[in-house]
Design a protein. Structure first.
Length: 694
């Protein structure tokens, strides 16, 4: 090193007046840095060799001390055979009954196998073997770390449900050890596991506990991790806007603290969301940022999946020259980019790349390989590949295979949509139940406190004091009861209204996708069957197309947007009148200018629901619909002469979801709805809606 510094000094003096001074200085500095790194590497190698020689010459506790030092020196370094040395250290510690040392190195080795070597199954085996021995560690911190790393092995091996009890146990030992970092990490990872099995509200609650711990300890790095987990949680439910908002906050803080590992994770997860929303331009931007920070942090093991993601997005956006550069980079180093868990990302990316180049058969081969990969069988990925294979087989003219894959794709896609809706509903419902229980507990606690105060005052004031306190208590109790009832009602109303609005958005989106995909294909099929001369097939195609149009009309009335509210209602009545034995009369003013888009849709749905109930339940022979407007309101009156019903009984019935939906829709648009029904005489529904604008 001294020689290098003397060389640097002489070079600076001799080149002081040179026009190329800065260039040569840069070369010399780089030489010195490289020399220093090389010296450090050689020093480590020499230390390893020296320790190994001493280990071979000693036994017993002295040998264990040397093994412990060597394991710490080469911890997580594959090139020095860390796993073998750690295993020898554990075996030596167990022979000498040094259980704490054995437990500590077992926890470290489990972490290495799972998080560095990518072998979570071996981590599980090591963890289970250690538990089977029933070794008393007598150290809650080491025990907590052991259970935490063991739970991670189960989690990353895809055995999410098995990991949950171990995360809970890790948290219990961390609490005994009074270790805030271990406790926060246990709760953070437990949240990820709960989200993995669909318990999103519970995951959100546990994650809040983890965030509180990291905020109290001012642990910025782990707070970023927990915030990133919250963004991923929202993403899995389908709340992409909320997830993006949190990620932006995490990025801002991570950039200020130069946390490159966190930045690559946030940008990569954002790219996953972009892929779900088909925003490949933004996805490319986020993947480039992730790749930049991966290389800045020297996290080489994360590069393969990012490069594969870029290859896929470039292929999908017809950027074939850029895609080819990425493909060449990956294929130039197959061992580094296409092996183990990385193969799934590679085969999927190459399928899209070959498809973009027009080599559909090679694309199919890669896609089939991806579909048969047991290490990458998540629902959404399988759905994407099934859809891809349907298009690819259609390109090569194999209609039978294309139909099979498209059928599977459509089934999986509908299942994903249903799962997302259930996830969101469960999340909000659990939050509502949690808030309700907390409010009940607070109210009960307040009652107990007030009763205790009342007893104390009663002993002091006897009669007058007792009467005064009773009056005060009654007032407080009534006020709190009223506030609680109002809060409960407001929460229920808000939840129901969000559910209805979300349902309308989902209906609109589903109608649009059915029209753009299935509808267009049925139109094309109809034209082909007409030219083929197959009359039976032509009739079947026409009937299917008509059924699809009826479904689309039920999901989202296109006439409402194209022709206006008044014409849409008239069309609805005419359609029902033509297909049912009930005689309908209609008197409808043109009120299109008095209603905005959202209010029009809700009134349409209310009328649609009422007419549906008339058809199903009223047994009437005639009905009427009248829509009038006065100075301030639009008045809608729907009347039938059927058998009628008892409104209170119907409303309280568990099957009266349609009735409750009518009332909630009326609240959403600030309207007043009246339902008057008399048995054997009929039912009249009146809706008063404020005029929006003239």
């Amino acid at each position: 090193m001294m020689i290098a510094l003397l060389f640097l000094k002489k070079s600076i003096i001799s080149l002081y007046d040179s026009p190329y001074l800065m260039k040569y200085l840069l070369i010399i500095c780089n030489f010195c840095i490289s020399y220093t790194i090389l010296a450090q590497t050689n020093q480590l190698q020499n230390s390893v060799v020296s320790l190994k020689e001493q280990i071979g010459q000693t036994q017993g506790i002295d040998q264990l001390t040397l093994l412990d030092s060597l394991s710490h020196l080469i911890k997580n370094k594959k090139e020095f055979g860390y796993d073998t040395i750690a295993q020898k250290t554990i075996e030596s510690a167990l022979r000498l009954n040094k259980n704490r040392v054995a437990g500590r190195h077992t926890a470290d080795l489990i972490f290495y196998l799972t998080n560095r070597a990518g072998k979570p199954e071996e981590g599980i085996q090591l963890f289970d073997d250690f538990l089977t021995k029933k070794i008393a560690l007598n150290d809650p911190a080491i025990t907590a770390q052991l259970y935490l790393n063991g739970a991670d092995s189960y989690f990353f091996a895809g055995k999410t449900e098995n990991s949950i009890p171990y995360y809970i146990t890790a948290g219990e030992y961390a609490q005994k050890a009074n270790d805030s970092l271990l406790l926060g990490n246990s709760k953070n990872y437990l949240s990820d596991a709960l989200a993995g099995i669909g318990k999103f509200a519970e995951a959100a609650t546990v994650l809040t506990e983890a965030e509180t711990i990291f905020e109290q300890t001012k642990d910025t790095i782990h707070l970023l991790t927990s915030r990133n987990s919250r963004a991923n949680l929202f993403s899995r439910i389908g709340f992409f806007e909320e997830a993006n908002k949190i990620r932006n906050e995490v990025i801002d803080l991570a950039e200020r603290t130069n946390d490159y590992r966190m930045l690559q994770s946030v940008y990569f997860n954002a790219a996953i969301d972009n892929n779900k929303t088909n925003d490949h331009k933004t996805r490319i931007h986020n993947l480039k940022k992730a790749l930049f920070y991966v290389r800045k942090a020297k996290l080489k093991s994360y590069e393969p999946k990012i490069l594969s993601g870029l290859l896929t997005s470039y292929a999908l956006t017809d950027s074939l020259s850029k895609a080819k550069k990425i493909a060449d980079t990956i294929q130039a180093n197959p061992e580094g980019y296409t092996q183990g868990l990385d193969r799934a990302y590679y085969t999927k990316a190459m399928a899209f790349y070959e498809y973009a180049q027009g080599d559909y058969r090679t694309a199919i081969s890669y896609a089939e390989d991806q579909l048969n990969n047991k290490e990458h069988t998540d629902f959404e990925n399988t759905t994407t590949i099934q859809g891809f294979l349907a298009k690819a087989y259609e390109k090569i003219g194999n209609d039978r295979k294309a139909y099979e894959h498209h059928k599977t794709y459509a089934k999986l896609r509908d299942s994903i949509l249903a799962v997302q809706n259930v996830r969101a509903f469960t999340y909000y419902q659990t939050l509502y139940e949690t808030e309700k229980k907390e409010a009940e507990i607070q109210f009960q606690n307040a009652q107990i406190a007030e009763l205790n105060s009342k007893n104390k005052l009663k002993n002091q004031w006897i009669f007058i004091g007792g009467i005064s306190f009773l009056t005060f208590f009654t007032f407080v109790w009534l006020a709190r009861s009223r506030r609680y009832a109002q809060k409960k009602q407001a929460l229920q109303t808000r939840f129901t209204q969000k559910l209805i609005n979300g349902q309308e958005k989902e209906r609109t989106r589903l109608a649009r996708e059915l029209h753009d995909s299935v509808g267009q294909k049925l139109m094309l099929l109809s034209r082909k069957t007409k030219t083929s001369g197959d009359k039976a097939l032509n009739v079947l195609t026409g009937d299917t197309l008509q059924e699809l149009r009826a479904i689309l009309k039920g999901l989202h009335p296109a006439t409402l947007e194209k022709l206006g509210f008044s014409v849409a209602i008239q069309s609805l009545i005419n359609d029902i009148d033509a297909h049912t034995p009930i005689f309908f009369t209609a008197e409808i003013d043109n009120v299109d200018t008095c209603l905005n888009k959202d209010v029009s849709l809700h009134i349409y749905r209310i009328i649609q629901e009422v007419l549906s109930n008339i058809i199903k339940h009223s047994e009437t022979k005639s009905a009427s619909v009248v829509i009038k407007k006065d100075a301030q309101h639009i008045i809608t009156v729907i009347k039938d002469h059927g058998k009628g019903f008892r409104f209170i009984e119907k409303y309280k019935s568990a099957k009266s979801l349609g009735m409750k939906t009518l009332l909630e829709r009326a609240k959403i648009i600030h309207s007043k709805i009246e339902i008057n029904s008399i048995l054997d005489e009929g039912t009249t529904v009146t809706l008063h809606t404020p005029i929006q604008n003239e």
